[in-house]
Design a protein around this ligand. Sequence first.
Ligand SMILES: Cc1ncc(COP(=O)(O)O)c(C=O)c1O
Length: 280
Amino acid sequence: MLNEAPLLESWYREYLNFSDYDISSSGVEPYSFKEIRHITGISTQDLDEILIDDSASLGSQDLRLAIAERYLDGDFDGVMVTHGSSEAISLVLATLCEPGSRVVVTDPAYHALVNFPLRNGCDVRRLPVSLIENGAFTDQIREIIRPDISVVIVNLPNNPTGTSLSAEGFDELIKAVTDVGAYLVCDEAFSEITYNDVTLPNVRFRYERAITFGTFSKVFGLPGLRVGWCTADPILLHRMLPIKDSTTLLWRICIFWTSGSLSMKIKFSGVARTAACAGC
Ligand SMILES: Cc1ncc(COP(=O)(O)O)c(C=O)c1O
């Protein structure tokens, strides 16, 4: 079972490029280059100047800063840019989930969030999202997040159910995790696509053992860019570098957001030549 590829990806290999209609995707409709150029005001001449260069392993400094300005009050030391949030998931869980350690994961969950701890030989316990009532987990959460748990992995809003917590319910979850001292890993792939729920506040300001994942793939409609990130204590980010250094580097693009969840400004390294020359 553990050696089998995730069902979702096996299914995609068979059908994704051969179907007329795709109703399986979990992100907003992807943008074309033309649309992105229109939104961001990038000219074709700007595109011609793009330098196809790679960046340092934590990501280019200006992209880390742009992410930090949006989510971390500018603290770019706590940001690592990754090849989609999938890479962030694999790096964080490879680092935190040791064989035999007890790990709690929301259920259901995106396959990688469960499969990494299982493959690493962890004792994986489920935290059913069906325990969420009126925006908060019921008291049963305390029976699941016990003192022997070392990592709690949540995905809110949850894929595939869309379930999320209220701000108060999120506070209670954070309290349950801080009380046992576990790492709190929050997959925020869908954090800015809520309709009736609030966008949950950044847990990094509340708990030093909190880690978040973000991505351009879902809310921003740019899955093919393969740009995601992880925010964490810089010491933990550096613990991941030995694995990261032997796998991926990223294209040196920098992306700036403006107001509104879907409007952002993308600048490529060639365009930001001055910044790049300044050591970004
Ligand atoms: C909850 C969740 N996290 C992470 C990912 C990975 O996305 P990406 O690697 O494109 O950032 C997905 C993709 O479907 C997802 O649904």
